[in-house]
Structures are given as structure tokens and as C-alpha cells.
Design a protein around this ligand. Sequence first.
Ligand code: DC
Length: 227
Amino acid sequence: MGDRVPVITIDGPSGSGKGTVAAEVARRLGWRVLDSGALYRLVAYAARGAGVALDDAEALARIASGLQVEFRNGRVLLNGKDVTRQIRTESAGNDASRAAAIPEVRQALLQWQRSQARPPGLVADGRDMGTVVFPDAPVKIFLDASAQERARRRYNQLKEQGIDVSLRDLVAEIEARDRRDRNRSVAPLKPAPDALVIDSTDLSVEEVVAKVLEQARRAFPQLAQGE
Ligand code: DC
């Protein structure tokens, strides 16, 4: 499982800022980043494209095991085609959450995710990075924020992209997605017992990044020496 490669896991609900924090921590350390949510988004997106129902476990697992994915300069390529924009929509997120509730899909993605733990290190972002995929990671973060604040952040992001949505609808969607992610029987969203829970409601990205880096320096002394 690549035990010797340093791994930091960052889990949390949608809109908690995990993606931004994971990317920034990885950048500062010069490590790779795993955006596991993108994998579930891609499975659901590919399923839609192939006319496969999002509750067809067998067909979805087949799609998941054959996924030809590439992360390149912040872009996500599926079978060589840039689908970054298509998989970032609210509906793609909801589709992903549905596909992610299927155990066979999760199983099919497990090895690929673990194979991303390569030197010099990995920052893994998702829902079950600390509980299932990298249970031995020395640094585990669970990043949370109130649903209201998460919806507000998402609202601002969408507005910047010129997309018009209602804040009330976003809060309702975020709460529904959380419910599904937290209550599913397989790999539900929850902090690992040894995770540091950070509530980012009133924190800036920089403040959260600083907290994660502090944990990292403590767990990986080689980092402190290199600075
Ligand atoms: O992080 P995200 O919003 O891109 O994730 C989309 C969905 O994928 C999320 O609602 C639940 C699912 N997911 C998961 O079940 N496990 C992960 N490790 C990452 C995402």
C-alpha cells in the first residue's frame, strides 16, 4: 500500500474547502494530490454518456474499473478528452454521490487510488481517504463547515463563473448530498478516529493550510529539516 510514502488525508463534506486546501498543501510540499471526488464524478459522467442507470451496480463497476483518467495541470481527462467543466456541475456532483454509494464502484476504484501514493508524498482529498483508502496515513484531517457557509462559498464560486443559482436551493442540495454521503452503508463520510477535525466556517484558506502543514511537520520530521 505504499506505507513508506508520506500521505496526508483530507476528508470532509462538499464545499468544506478540501479541494482548495489539498491543492495548496500539495503545492507547498511539492507532493502529488489525489482528487478522489473527480473519480466518482467521472464514473457517473461516463455512465450518463453510455445510457447506464446510476443504480446499475454491475455496469457502473465495469465503467469504474475501465476508467481511463488523467489529471494534467488542473484539468481532468477522460479517455483523452477534457471533461473538467462537465464534471464540476452541481448535477454531476449529485450523480457522483449516487454512484459513490455503490460498494462495487468503490471497490473498483480502490487500487488505483492507493497506487497514487508515490514519492515524494501524496495529499488525498475525499470522503473516505482516512477511513478506508489510506487508514495508515500519519496525518488525517477532517475539514468541516456549516452547510450555510458551504452553500455560500459554492454560490460565490458559481456566480464568478456567471452561473445563476438560488442560495436556498444550494443549501437544500448540499444538505441532501451530505445526508446521502454520511448515511450510506459503505465508506460513509465520517472522521477517522485519529483525524484532526477542523471547522473552517470562520477560517481562511491560509489558516487551514497552516494548520495542516503544522500537523505534517510534526508527523514528517524530514519536512521541517528541508525548510
Ligand atoms: O468531493 P466531490 O464533491 O468532488 O465528490 C463528489 C461525490 O463523490 C461526493 O458527493 C461523494 C463522492 N465521493 C465519495 O464517496 N468518496 C470520495 N472519496 C470522494 C467523493
